[in-house]
Ligand binder design. Structure first.
Ligand SMILES: Cc1ncc(COP(=O)(O)O)c(C=O)c1O
Length: 382
């Protein structure tokens, strides 16, 4: 258990709540979830499903109709042929990370993962006893990595490469060229790729590209996507993995052993989310983009902060090295003294030191207030 890490966002949220109880006002820019409500058509479908008795166990791999809807959706969006037996529905995107590592990684296997990156990757790699090999995301490359560097990290013991685009915490997006270069670096080696595409519908410039679309990579890719971010359904707990049928059988067995199945009425709502009106997804993306533009512009006017325009997801990741403060100390001070909750870049791995992560999943009014409060604080303290 000592090898298992955590997600700091939940700890900072608790700390912020304690401060709020003591009367302090806090603007929450720490947690990574859309501030929008789940679209009404999806909520209605869930309620209707409860009334119709979708309250029992279902198949461990997911309801056949939902698996088919996901297979159709992924086939269309990634330009590959996916069948329903390649889809495993799980409670959120996270279990796909957990199950993939349990299923594929042995003690001593090397797993390459993005750093700074979603902290659960490193936590779970350590937990299963594999060797975590970070690939550094570079600000000067718009938070992509150097493919030559990736190639130099691949060894005989590399079992899995984890990709995440759009990326948490940097908002970086892998281009088509990046993806093709990564596939070329892997070549015909027996290495699997876990491609975490949970923010696939939140790309602001250009299109989303997946390594599953590169010829020859589908059999070696486990694609992770879900409903949490796209449809503002974080609390419903529903995500999925797309992978070869033999691997899908293993992950389904892990589901049987751990959760039995994903909640049945939730899955009925999921069918409506995928097949129903998508205008709320477009609305949320446009709104995140507006906020991103305003917040990044504001941060760049604050002493000691410099921030690139992220191309996807709903995070901004300013460089704060010119403040002279470490990320953790700065994040703590902003929470306690400026009333703005954000995360230290270092909580996303060693290469996140020197950065902060702000989520723009809050109203424009609150984001502007946060900018004022940070600006005041820096004027008084830097
Ligand atoms: C990169 C990434 N992958 C996976 C997840 C997990 O999503 P879910 O809430 O669906 O488990 C998150 C959530 O923050 C994330 O940022």
């Amino acid at each position: 258990m000592s090898r298992l890490g955590t997600e700091t966002a939940f700890e900072v949220l608790n700390k912020a709540r304690v401060l709020e109880k003591s009367g302090k006002k806090i603007i929450h820019l720490e947690i990574g979830e859309p501030d929008f409500d789940t679209p009404a058509n999806v909520v209605e479908a869930g309620i209707d499903a409860l009334r119709k008795g979708w309250t029992h166990y279902g198949p461990s791999a997911g309801q056949p109709e939902l698996r088919q809807a996901i297979a159709d959706d992924v086939s269309r969006s990634r330009g590959v042929k996916v069948t329903s037996d390649e889809v495993v529905v799980v409670p959120g995107g996270k279990p796909i990370i957990f199950f993939t590592l349990l299923a594929l990684a042995d003690v001593g296997d090397e797993i390459i993962y993005p750093n700074p990156g979603f902290p659960i990757y490193e936590s779970m790699i350590d937990y299963v006893g594999a060797q975590a090999v970070p690939i550094r995301l570079r600000e000067e490359k718009d938070f992509s990595f150097d493919v030559d560097e990736l190639a130099s990290l691949i060894t005989e013991r590399t079992r899995l490469i984890i990709l995440n685009s759009p990326q948490n915490p940097t908002g970086g997006v892998l281009s088509k060229q990046d993806i093709e270069d990564i596939a070329a670096a892997i070549g015909d080696r027996n290495i699997m790729v876990l491609s975490d595409e949970i923010y696939s519908r939140l790309v602001f410039e250009g299109e989303h590209h997946s390594i599953i679309s590169v010829p020859g990579m589908q059999e070696r890719t486990i694609l992770l996507d879900g409903f949490s971010k796209t449809y503002a359904m974080t609390g419903w707990r529903m995500g999925y993995g797309v992978m070869r049928p033999d691997l899908a059988t293993h992950l389904t067995r892990l589901m049987t052993n751990s959760n039995s199945c994903t909640a049945s009425f939730t899955q009925v709502a999921g069918i409506e989310a995928i097949r129903g009106d998508q205008s709320s997804v477009d609305h949320m993306r446009a709104e995140f983009q507006r906020r991103r533009d305003a917040f990044v512009g504001g941060l760049n006017r604050i002493r000691g902060f410099s921030c690139r325009l992220p191309k996807g997801a709903f995070y901004v990741f300013p460089n704060t090295t010119k403040t002279g403060w470490t990320s953790k100390k700065l994040a703590d001070a902003l929470l306690e003294q400026a009333g703005v909750a954000c995360l230290s870049g270092a909580s996303f791995g060693d290469f996140g030191e020197g950065y902060l992560r702000f989520s723009v999943a809050n109203s424009l009014e609150n984001l502007n207030r946060a900018l004022e409060q940070i600006d005041d604080w820096t004027k008084r303290n830097l």
